[in-house]
Write a protein that binds this ligand. Structure first.
Ligand code: GLY
Length: 376
């Protein structure tokens, strides 16, 4: 293990998985004085690579998922200080942007859903302002005149996940080992057979090899335009969903499809059907996309749990190393990274985690697994 911990205060921790969640946990653990190693053959190359970076507890809220909304709100509140600290320590601007998100409806049925979402958010104490057709057009003149109404979520933010990974890799330095690792009762085994013993193993390997986590494929398209919308747009057009997230320099992230599929399939590949639907819906929302340049088309698997909430906390282990799960973040890995890291750090230190995490302990499911079944 590396010798970075403050002597006498730290535990040795291996984080398996270097996506935004694993890396943020590692950063928080290092700052708490632990001796941390992250193992991932391609850090930031999984779901994080496709993520649009919406920090959108309101925009992603769904009926029956109020505990997830509260967890998201808590994590959103942690983002500004996390982003400021990370940017200062790494000298990388992680592009955190406030400015809210707009919900947009393409027809009366879509508008009915926007209104139901507004009632849900209002009841949960999330700021939301309904917008009529005219107000919508005034707020975002680039929208198609066919849009019938919507709402503004002024507190939603967004960040650039790829740059967040770059910043986290800069501050973690050689604590990140570019190797696949398999959990073992006393630590992990690397793919070349090397064993790393650890007091704690944090399992954060996304859609790959975590108990009760299923892959949910998503496709995104990145384009560049000279006429970018000012804030995040989340639209439902005749039942089809699309979001558009503005980045620097006129880049837009257009997402995302959702497809359940079996684990052992081939690596995620974008499909003609998925990408065509996405672009058609985005163009119907923002007609000026007609002349936008396509920069990239990407597919990745989101890690979904049986109830689509994350799994954060202890899982059974056969040996001396404690195993903590930080997985199943599904559509909200970027948003939930800071609160997940705070919880993992609290568990390692034997402190109480933020109470919003209580609803997401892994033991709400049967987690029958053997170490060797994981992360392969
Ligand atoms: N959070 C957006 C998505 O998963 O597509």
């Amino acid at each position: 293990m590396n010798g970075f911990a403050t002597p006498g205060t730290g535990q040795s921790v291996v984080v398996v998985g270097g996506g935004v969640v694993g890396l943020t946990c590692a950063d928080e653990l290092v700052r708490a004085g632990h001796d941390v190693t992250v193992c991932d053959p391609s850090p930031g190359g999984g779901a994080t690579y496709a993520a649009a970076g919406m920090l959108a507890p309101g925009g992603e809220a769904w009926f029956g998922e109020e505990a997830l909304l509260r967890l998201g709100q808590e994590s959103l509140a942690r983002w500004p200080s996390f982003a400021a600290s990370l940017s200062a320590r790494s000298s990388v601007d992680v592009e955190l942007r406030a400015g809210g998100a707009m919900l947009v409806a393409g027809d009366r049925d879509d508008l009915e859903e926007v209104r139901r979402t507004c009632r849900l958010l209002d009841g949960a104490g999330v700021r939301v302002d309904e917008l009529g057709r005219r107000e919508l057009r005034i707020s975002e003149p680039r929208l198609s005149t066919r849009m019938v109404g919507g709402a503004l979520l002024p507190d939603d933010m967004h960040v650039n996940p790829r740059v967040v990974v770059e910043a986290l890799l800069a501050v973690l330095g050689d604590r990140v080992v570019h190797r696949r690792a398999v959990p073992r009762p006393d630590g992990v085994a690397l793919e070349d057979g090397t064993r790393l013993r650890a007091d704690v193993v944090v399992l954060a390997s996304g859609a790959t090899g975590l108990p009760r986590v299923r892959p949910v494929r998503g496709e995104i398209v990145r384009v560049r335009t000279t006429d970018a919308p000012a804030c995040v747009l989340r639209a439902r057009l005749h039942g089809e969903r699309v979001y558009v997230v503005p980045r620097r320099d006129g880049e837009l992230v257009i997402g995302a499809t959702e497809e359940e599929h079996v684990t052992k399939e081939t690596a995620p590949m974008p499909t003609v059907g998925g990408v065509a639907r996405l672009l058609e819906t985005a163009r119907a929302l923002l007609p000026s996309l007609e002349t936008a340049h396509i920069l990239e088309i990407t597919a990745r698997d989101r890690p979904g749990s049986p109830d689509n909430g994350p799994l954060i906390g202890d899982v059974p282990s056969d040996g001396p190393a404690r195993h903590l799960l930080a997985g199943g973040h599904y559509r909200s890995g970027v948003l939930l990274a800071p609160v997940t890291a705070a919880a993992i750090c609290a568990y390692v230190a034997g402190r109480e985690a933020p109470s919003t995490v209580d609803a997401f302990l892994p033991d709400r499911f049967d987690l029958l697994y053997r170490d060797e079944d994981l992360c392969t």
